[in-house]
Ligand binder design. Structure first.
Ligand code: HEC
Ligand code: HEC
Ligand code: HEC
Ligand code: HEC
Ligand code: HEC
Ligand code: HEC
Ligand code: HEC
Ligand code: HEC
Length: 442
């Protein structure tokens, strides 16, 4: 009788302890799960104003909108010119500088999404509700970056860039930039590719190489971008046409393959419903049956990619079990967040941290997964046929290399055992400028 009660009490204590630990972790000078492992630079106030912005107090006074404009005409003429050209300055009831920044110059604020939401409830409401779809999503982007182990595992000089892109969560001027806040700008692909570019997410290259992107490049400058993104207004779709359907401020609501990070089953009822939404969208311009076939080619591409990834993971796990990774985990420097170094194999074992401090064969796998596979995924999603084969060729080459290295490591072990050699690197990898700098600077 008493036994279940004890179990219950222990479970509740553990749960409470877990919550307390998470709260404690978030209580440092940074933000997010690892807030105790980093401290913010001043510039962080611009990327995440709600958490870090501090107003200057060099100018004193409470000003009316006209006064802000008058003085800033001299201080920041470019900003005033953009504002004058914006809908905010032209609206019946003008939105002055003070409408977004406050009127007390010693207590200025930089507008968070909630400030814009005060007048744009629809967009802000949609944006917040995106959290219901989980990650990846714009609204959760800042949390995701700060809570990724590599945000603190890598030196600050490298990770300061993370928040520039992931600030899409913490301010509304990513796509319609300040101080024009122009909807037409946001409809074009250039608004997205400041962030959606680079080897793990080559959305720019894959889109511009597709039939859609090539037509956009050839003719887009002649189109009337003041029209909303709905059926009949545009000849080919842009990023926002497909991912923010009808101007809805959400990008995660149709996401099925989730950035290509996970192997999903496209045939579950929920995923079939998402696919129907996609086909409906393509149906603005194409026959539904054709669109369905194009999109099932994407599923086939993913199946093939995961077959190669799974095989490579199995080989690596075998090498780890046989203690053949070289240098072995215990011979290399730990990541700042880890007491003891360990092998990073597969997404759930912390692949995202496998940028440094790994053996050559693990790094080959990382490149295969992070660059070639994710690149091929985007190529298949966006219709860049040449890049699909490039990605798959890269993956096949890495897999072959991993197979060969596994073979050599096993052969070497046998030879060493016969000769009685005890191979050790004696902490060779545990010292060095990069490691020391990394430890000191976070
Ligand atoms: C519709 C809201 C809005 C209005 C109106 C507005 N701003 Fe801003 N302003 C912003 C946003 C958003 C940022 C970027 C905040 C960030 O980076 O976190 C910003 C940043 C700034 C900055 C600092 C960063 C930079 O770009 O150099 C200055 C200075 C500034 N605004 C001045 C003004 C002045 C002067 C006016 C009036 C002519 C004005 N703002 C009107 C939204 C607004
Ligand atoms: C008398 C001139 C003057 C007036 C009036 C004035 N500003 Fe400024 N403002 C400045 C100067 C100078 C700076 C740069 C301050 C600094 O960097 O220390 C500045 C900076 C700013 C910044 C940037 C703060 C940052 O952290 O980058 C914002 C935003 C801003 N002003 C908004 C306003 C608003 C809103 C009003 C009206 C309520 C206003 N200003 C009225 C002179 C003025
Ligand atoms: C005080 C109210 C107010 C605030 C605060 C405000 N806006 Fe606006 N916004 C307006 C009004 C009014 C219009 C013009 C609507 C119209 O003409 O129909 C507008 C128009 C817009 C447009 C449409 C522009 C176009 O090209 O059609 C965008 C985009 C926009 N705002 C973004 C923002 C963002 C982002 C913020 C926060 C940084 C913000 N607004 C803050 C009132 C506001
Ligand atoms: C300021 C940078 C920035 C801009 C500009 C930007 N994004 Fe993003 N976007 C991100 C980040 C960061 C993520 C990943 C969020 C995460 O970590 O969960 C993301 C995620 C996404 C996703 C993935 C959603 C999912 O469920 O897989 C889509 C789709 C997307 N963005 C579309 C767009 C489109 C379309 C535009 C332009 C209209 C755009 N983004 C503009 C930074 C940006
Ligand atoms: C050039 C802009 C950019 C930079 C810089 C950047 N990211 Fe991202 N990140 C993105 C985009 C865009 C996505 C979404 C990819 C997709 O869905 O295709 C993403 C996805 C992610 C994801 C996976 C999505 C999720 O919710 O799990 C994580 C984690 C992440 N980024 C963390 C980081 C960290 C940590 C850094 C710095 C080391 C960083 N990012 C730097 C743009 C960027
Ligand atoms: C990922 C890019 C992106 C981000 C981030 C973004 N917007 Fe937009 N916004 C767009 C696009 C694209 C349009 C044009 C939609 C259309 O054609 O219907 C738009 C249009 C608007 C409009 C004009 C709507 C109309 O019908 O005239 C407002 C207002 C607006 N956004 C407010 C916001 C607010 C508030 C936020 C922050 C919560 C925000 N936006 C963040 C891409 C973005
Ligand atoms: C013709 C419609 C279309 C256009 C245009 C388009 N995409 Fe996509 N995009 C897709 C489809 C379909 C997927 C795969 C979605 C799935 O099944 O999860 C995808 C996937 C993505 C993803 C990964 C999110 C996910 O759901 O896995 C991101 C991020 C993304 N696209 C960004 C962009 C950007 C940025 C642009 C413009 C440079 C763009 N897309 C242009 C249709 C489009
Ligand atoms: C706004 C209209 C529009 C939408 C929406 C649209 N497309 Fe297209 N698409 C075009 C046009 C125009 C072309 C180029 C002419 C052609 O080949 O039919 C094209 C070409 C293509 C091609 C190349 C065809 C070939 O023969 O090479 C593919 C594949 C494609 N689209 C897939 C899609 C998919 C998948 C979707 C939905 C996720 C989609 N499109 C949404 C207008 C659109």
């Amino acid at each position: 009788m008493r036994y279940p009660l004890i179990v219950l009490i222990l479970a509740l204590t553990a749960l409470a302890g877990g919550f307390a630990f998470v709260e404690w972790s978030k209580g440092g000078s940074g933000a997010g799960l690892y807030s105790r492992h980093w401290s913010p630079e001043a510039v962080q106030g611009y990327w995440d104003p709600a958490t870090f912005y501090q107003s200057p107090d060099s100018v004193q006074g409470v000003f009316k909108g006209e006064e802000c404009v008058q003085c800033h005409e001299a201080v920041t003429p470019g900003i005033v010119a953009d504002w004058r050209n914006s809908r905010h300055a032209k609206a019946g009831e003008r939105v002055w500088c003070s409408g977004c920044h406050g009127d007390d110059h010693q207590r200025l604020h930089l507008p968070t999404p909630a400030v814009c939401g005060g007048c744009h409830g629809k967009q802000h409401g949609e944006f917040k509700a995106e959290a219901d779809f989980g990650f990846p999503s714009h609204v959760l982007a800042m949390d995701r970056a700060l809570s990724a182990p590599h945000f603190v595992d890598k030196p600050k000089a490298e990770v300061q860039s993370c928040v520039q892109c992931h600030s899409v969560a913490t301010k509304c001027d990513s796509c319609h930039t300040r101080h024009r806040f122009d909807a037409a700008e946001a409809r074009r692909p250039e608004a997205c590719i400041t962030c959606h570019s680079g080897p793990p997410h080559p959305d720019d290259e894959t889109y511009f190489a597709s039939a859609h992107g090539r037509l956009y490049r050839a003719e887009g400058d002649q189109w009337d971008w003041s029209k909303p993104l709905v059926k009949g207004n545009y000849k080919v779709p842009t990023c926002a046409y497909c991912h923010m359907e009808g101007g809805r401020h959400q990008v995660a609501n149709k996401s099925l393959w989730k950035f290509g990070l996970l192997e999903v089953n496209p045939h579950t009822a929920a995923n079939k419903a998402l696919r129907r939404d996609w086909v409906g969208l393509c149906g603005d311009c194409h026959e539904a049956e054709k669109a369905r076939q194009w999109l099932s080619d994407l599923d086939r591409e993913r199946k093939q990619a995961w077959k190669m990834l799974n095989e490579a993971e199995a080989i690596l796990k075998g090498l780890r079990t046989e203690d053949l990774l070289f240098p072995a985990p215990e011979e290399r420097p730990a990541y700042p967040l880890e007491q003891r170094p360990r092998a990073h194999i597969g997404f759930y074992e912390g692949q995202a941290s496998a940028f440094y401090n790994v053996s050559a064969v693990e790094r080959d796998y990382f490149e295969m997964w992070y660059f070639d596979s994710l690149g091929a995924y985007k190529a298949a999603a966006h219709g860049d046929w040449a890049r699909i084969s490039k990605g798959h060729k890269g993956m096949a080459a890495s897999l072959e290399k991993i197979r060969q290295q596994a073979g050599s490591l096993r052969d070497l072990k046998i030879v060493e055992q016969k000769a009685g050699i005890e191979a050790s690197t004696e902490g060779l990898w545990q010292r060095g400028a990069y490691t020391d700098y990394n430890r000191d600077q976070n």
